[in-house]
Structure formats: structure tokens, C-alpha cells
Ligand binder design. Structure first.
Ligand SMILES: Cc1cc2nc3c(=O)[nH]c(=O)nc-3n(C[C@H](O)[C@H](O)[C@H](O)COP(=O)(O)OP(=O)(O)OC[C@H]3O[C@@H](n4cnc5c(N)ncnc54)[C@H](O)[C@@H]3O)c2cc1C
Length: 382
């Protein structure tokens, strides 16, 4: 057993940490306040190879692994979650389905742009009427000659409406299975396809410098060859993508939780009350000790899930545990960091205010905490 990072992983972690501190921290508060997408940061992350981290070099990737992506996400989220979720969604929800399930032609067409960060892809599973119950998908795709005709809508889709969004993968009902259940398939819809409309961005509580839209498909026609993988495999595909994605979200949550420790430590040493730095009071010390404890255990949980995944072992339960624990810890740490900052914690100019706004979605996106408990219980045989 060895939890220490390899030299490559440690070097990556340090370079992303430096990048987050030097290139993200100085500009992100303004993007957040103005709700603008940080194109320049995305461009720089592309140059660093972050969008290609877990993909082989023959596709234009960096030849790293999924754990490397998780480390990068943790370090980014330690400074800002909008930037981290942009990378997480671009890699694990955007490019990964094409890498895992795409034909040679689809991979050759899309992966080089996606892995360089020159283009982004969205993953359209959730709909206005159904999220956790993805089997309730209403969007339909009908084969008409050599084209799919898609009708329906998708809700809350990350990276779906930026100037550099190249496509969304959309889950749709394409028929009925022999047992009467819906046949679900995944189809690639390039941006700008007639009948595909991207609504204006949502007004969100957090992740304000990330890109999220509702999408509608109105007799939207794409070539039959845009089917991703086999027809009828949509359900299995998104379960795989979400299982992996949960490890990445857990890493992001650990980053936010650790960022709360960083900011609280700094503030506790500076802020004076009753003639002493507040960090001299045991009540504050214990809060920070508990925050560090939680960030550390959540980190071990995602390391464990990632190690199992990379070893080719079952990891569904461990990924759900990591996501459930890390998102809970992120919310806890954000609440305590705000408390430690007193009234200043409620002011947007302090990073902890952003952490507090950004933490809650981690208990909702890519499977709510209730869904994670359902997965764990089912895996235990219930
Ligand atoms: C900012 C943002 C970005 C997102 N990005 C994407 C994206 O890129 N792609 C994408 O496809 N989706 C995306 N989502 C959607 C997200 O994954 C869903 O919001 C999430 O899965 C929950 O679905 P829902 O909102 O429909 O809630 P619902 O499924 O309606 O759940 C409502 C509540 O009921 C609970 N619940 C539901 N079923 C059960 C049950 N059986 N037992 C107990 N409790 C239950 C839930 O846990 C929750 O508390 C994003 C969401 C947000 C807010």
C-alpha cells in the first residue's frame, strides 16, 4: 500500500497548483461577478494539455490517466470551481463518451479539437422533466432514411453554449426493447445544426463563470452515422460515464474543501478579536482541524476509487462513496470557512463566499446524494 504520488503525478499537481494560483486566482472573481466564461483560462489550460490528460497520445492526448485528471481538478477547485467544472465536464462528460464509444471516424473528427481544448463538448442527459430517473428520458430520435430526427429538450447542460462548443452528445429514446422498456441511444449533435437551439445561460446560485444551458431539438436532423456506439446502448454508456465522472467530481469537491482550509488558516492568523488572532482560540482551531480531517478522508476515498478504476476492478460503490463523502465535506467546510470569516465571509470579495455558493451543487450534479446512497445500498445487495 502506498498513497504517495508518483513523480509524474506530483509534478502535474504542482504545475496545476501554480497555474491556479498565478493565472486563475487573479481574474476569476471578476468573471464570477460578471457571469462571463473564462476563455483565456481555457486557452491556457489547453496549452498545458489538461484537456488531453487521460487520453492516449495517438488521439492527441497526454498519455496520462484518469487519476491525473482528478489531481488537476482538485488543484483547480482549490482556487475556483467554475474553472474546475469546465475542465471536468469537457473531459469526463464531453470528450470521454467519444473516446470510449465513438467510431474511428468520430474520434478522428472530434478528439483532436476536444483534447487540445480548442473545442468543448456537452453531455445532454438531464431533461426538464427528469434527472435522477434518467430512464424517464422523453427526447426521441427517429431514423428517417439516413438521418436521425431528434425532438425534445435537455436541461442544465454544462459547456453547451460557449463560442467554442463543437457538439453535444444527446441521449434519446430510439425505440422499445423486447421487454417493453425504452431503447436509449446516444447521438452526436454538432453545434449550429438546424433545429438545435441553445437557450440563454441560466441565472445560477454558483459556478457563475461556467457555462450551463437548456437545449431544445425541434425536428433536428443529423446523419445516421452520428449515432455514438451501438444503438440501444445509451443506458449502459451513460452509467459508465457517470461512474467515472463521480470520481472526478469527488476530486473537485476535495479541492473546494481544501481551499476552505487554506483560506480559513490564512484568515485565522490575521484576524484579531479580543486582543488575539482568532486562530489562538480553540473553538476556531477545532473547526479548522475538523475541516482538514474531512478534506483528507475525502481525498483518500477518491484515491481509492480511482485506484480501483485504473486497476480494472469494480469501482461503482467506491466512486459513489467518494462522491457522496466529498460533496458533503465540501458543503461542511464551506459553511465553516464562512463562519470563521465572520461578516467578511458573507462578502463576495472573499473566496470563501464563492466556495459557499459553489459547494451545494456538488451534492446534486452527476447524481444527487440520495442517488449515491441508492447506488451504495444496491451494491451492498439491497
Ligand atoms: C449547474 C448544473 C450543471 C449540470 N450539468 C449537467 C450536464 O452537463 N449534463 C447533464 O446531463 N446534466 C447536468 N446537470 C443535471 C444534474 O445532473 C441533475 O440536476 C441531477 O442529476 C438531479 O436531477 P434533477 O435536477 O432532475 O433532480 P430530481 O431527479 O428531480 O430530484 C429531485 C430530488 O428528489 C430526489 N430523488 C429523486 N429520486 C429519488 C429516489 N428514488 N429516492 C430518493 N430521493 C430521490 C433527488 O435526490 C433530489 O433530492 C447539471 C445540473 C446543474 C445544476
Amino acid at each position: 500500500m502506498d498513497f504517495r504520488l508518483s513523480e509524474e503525478h506530483e509534478a502535474l499537481r504542482e504545475s496545476v497548483r501554480d497555474f491556479a494560483r498565478e493565472a486563475v486566482a487573479p481574474v476569476i472573481a471578476e468573471h464570477y461577478e460578471r457571469h462571463t466564461f473564462p476563455y483565456e483560462i481555457v486557452r491556457q489550460m489547453g496549452k498545458m494539455g489538461l484537456f488531453g490528460l487521460p487520453f492516449p497520445e495517438e488521439h492527441g492526448g497526454m498519455g496520462g490517466d484518469y487519476f491525473a485528471l482528478c489531481l488537476a481538478l482538485e488543484e483547480l477547485a482549490r482556487i475556483d470551481s467554475s474553472v474546475a467544472i469546465t475542465l471536468e465536464a469537457a473531459v469526463s462528460l464531453g470528450a470521454m463518451p467519444i473516446y470510449r464509444f465513438g467510431t474511428d471516424e468520430q474520434q478522428a473528427r472530434w478528439l483532436p479539437k476536444l483534447l487540445s481544448g480548442e473545442a468543448l463538448a456537452g453531455f445532454g442527459l438531464t431533461e426538464p422533466g427528469t434527472g435522477s430517473d434518467a430512464g424517464g428520458t422523453q427526447t426521441r430520435a427517429v431514423l428517417d432514411g439516413d438521418e436521425w430526427v431528434i425532438n425534445g429538450s435537455k436541461a442544465f447542460i454544462t459547456n453547451s453554449g460557449t463560442d467554442i462548443t463543437a457538439l453535444v452528445t444527446v441521449t434519446a429514446v430510439t425505440g422499445t426493447n423486447p421487454d417493453g422498456s425504452k431503447e436509449l441511444s446516444t447521438i452526436i449533435v454538432p453545434s449550429g445544426t438546424p433545429g438545435f437551439t441553445v437557450a440563454p445561460g441560466y441565472s445560477k446560485v454558483g459556478w457563475n463563470a461556467s457555462d450551463t444551458h437548456e437545449l431544445t431539438f425541434d425536428d433536428c436532423r443529423v446523419p445516421a452515422g452520428n449515432l455514438l456506439g451501438e444503438r440501444g446502448r445509451g443506458f449502459a454508456q451513460f452509467l459508465r460515464i457517470l461512474d467515472e465522472g463521480r470520481i472526478a467530481i469527488a476530486a473537485l469537491a476535495v479541492g473546494l474543501a481544501q481551499g476552505c482550509v487554506d483560506e480559513s488558516l490564512r484568515y485565522a492568523k490575521e484576524r484579531q478579536a479580543f486582543g488575539r488572532p482568532i486562530g489562538n482560540y480553540q473553538a476556531i482551531q477545532f473547526k479548522i482541524a475538523d475541516m482538514e480531517l474531512k478534506a483528507h478522508t475525502a481525498r483518500l476515498a477518491y484515491y481509492d476509487a480511482a485506484a480501483r478504476m485504473l486497476a480494472g476492478e469494480p469501482f461503482k460503490r467506491q466512486a459513489a462513496i467518494a462522491k457522496l463523502h466529498a460533496s458533503t465535506v465540501a458543503v461542511d467546510n464551506a459553511r465553516e470557512a464562512t463562519q470563521i470569516h465572520g461578516g467578511y465571509g458573507f462578502m463576495n470579495e472573499y473566496p470563501v463566499a464563492r466556495f459557499w455558493r459553489d459547494a451545494k451543487i456538488l451534492e446534486i450534479g452527476e447524481g444527487t446524494s440520495e442517488v449515491q446512497r441508492m447506488i451504495i445500498a444496491r451494491d451492498l445487495g439491497l
